[in-house]
Design a binder for this molecule. Structure first.
Ligand code: ADP
Ligand code: MG
Length: 333
């Protein structure tokens, strides 16, 4: 891509005035946009694109998985606002090398997750493409008025939490890239199959986001680019320092069992786990743990929020380092 830094680019194109400021609640800069709906709700809209050979290939995803994941990643952005997804639209650019049957499989994948989350396909666009398949999904949702969860809500003293295992998706991708064909998955161990499933069909944490709405002033972000990047977004938008304790990050038994030298990088910046990272006032910690457990979910305390200036510090044993948005940690020693 000719754009060097996605985050700098987005800052440059962000409008400095809005014509609809009377109803716009949040434009560019969070997981999704928010604007006023009826007296009880705010409307949420988000969009994400997946490009063949960038986000997936025929080697890593079946057409069904591509459809499933394209919708999942958008539902995850709605979850990160505390919202309920309702509708989706799909724009698909199809090269001639893709058969209609394969494209129909993509729609079966989208339909499968749409059934799980009870959302309806209400529109889109179909065009041709020269070489690669490109799929763009928009999801529309709602959140209770004045309850939305923004990245800018963190305050010094808060606990930093995540809602599930980190690094699984990147490990799954690593396994997939070593296979000759997707049918080879059948011969793999249950652990490897699990890691692959986390990459191919991630689970957006909608119910968790909704349960979090009942607590005041939670900051929330979904983990699409890795915990390092997402923690930095919360730190920047809230102007706080975030400390992450590496040894507290939840790691699945499957990833623990998988031997690879890049594991730490996957955990911190592999991304695509689509869990949530957030911050909460410690006085609510016990009740949040209880409510999550009652609903079959988890929250893991992984760090704390300190006064700014904004940065993310990684603690690992006795060592500390700065965790950058790109995720690679430069140990200060
Ligand atoms: P996420 O990882 O949560 O999907 P992104 O990092 O992709 O969020 O985007 C950050 C913010 O920038 C979002 O508010 C998104 O809508 C906005 N954004 C990203 N790319 C563009 C673009 N090309 N034009 C306008 N807004 C954009
Ligand atoms: Mg997001």
């Amino acid at each position: 891509m000719s754009i060097l830094d996605e985050f700098d680019f987005i800052k440059k194109i962000k409008p400095n005035k809005h014509h609809q400021s009377s109803i716009l609640i949040k434009g560019i800069g969070d997981d999704a946009a928010l604007y006023s709906g009826n007296k009880d709700v705010e409307e949420i809209v988000c969009m994400d694109t997946m490009v063949e050979e960038v986000h997936f290939s025929q080697q890593t995803m079946t057409p069904f998985d591509i459809g499933y994941k394209a919708v999942a990643v958008n539902i995850s952005d709605i979850a990160a606002m505390g919202g309920t997804p309702l509708f989706y639209l799909v724009s698909i650019a199809v090269p001639t090398k893709w058969s209609e049957d394969e494209v129909m499989e993509i729609y079966k994948g989208m339909n499968a997750i749409a059934e799980e989350y009870k959302i309806d396909l209400i529109g889109g666009d179909t065009v041709s493409s020269k070489n690669e398949l490109v799929i763009t999904v928009t999801v529309i949702g709602r959140v209770k008025k004045d309850k939305h969860l923004l990245r800018s809500n963190a305050k010094p003293g808060d606990i930093v939490f995540v809602t599930g295992y980190l690094g699984d998706s990147a490990a799954g991708l690593n396994i997939l890239l070593k296979l000759e064909s997707l049918t080879d998955i059948n011969a793999l161990s249950d652990n490897e199959k699990y890691l692959i499933s986390r990459h191919q069909q991630p689970t957006p944490q909608v119910e968790v986001g909704q349960l979090l709405l009942e607590f005041p002033r939670i900051a929330l972000n979904d983990i699409s680019d890795g915990v390092a990047s997402e923690a930095n977004e919360i730190a920047e938008d809230s102007d706080v320092k975030i400390i992450i304790d590496y040894d507290k990050l939840p790691i699945s038994s499957a990833l623990q069992a998988y031997q690879h030298e890049n594991k730490q990088e996957w955990i911190l910046s592999g991304g695509e786990d689509f869990e949530l990272i957030g911050t909460i006032d410690p006085k609510y910690w016990n009740s949040i743990v209880k409510i999550m457990n009652e609903h079959g979910h988890h929250v893991y305390s992984v760090g704390e929020v300190l006064p700014g200036p904004s940065e993310v510090i990684l603690k690992q044993g006795t060592e500390t380092s700065t965790l950058t948005k790109k995720g690679y940690n430069h140990f200060k020693k």
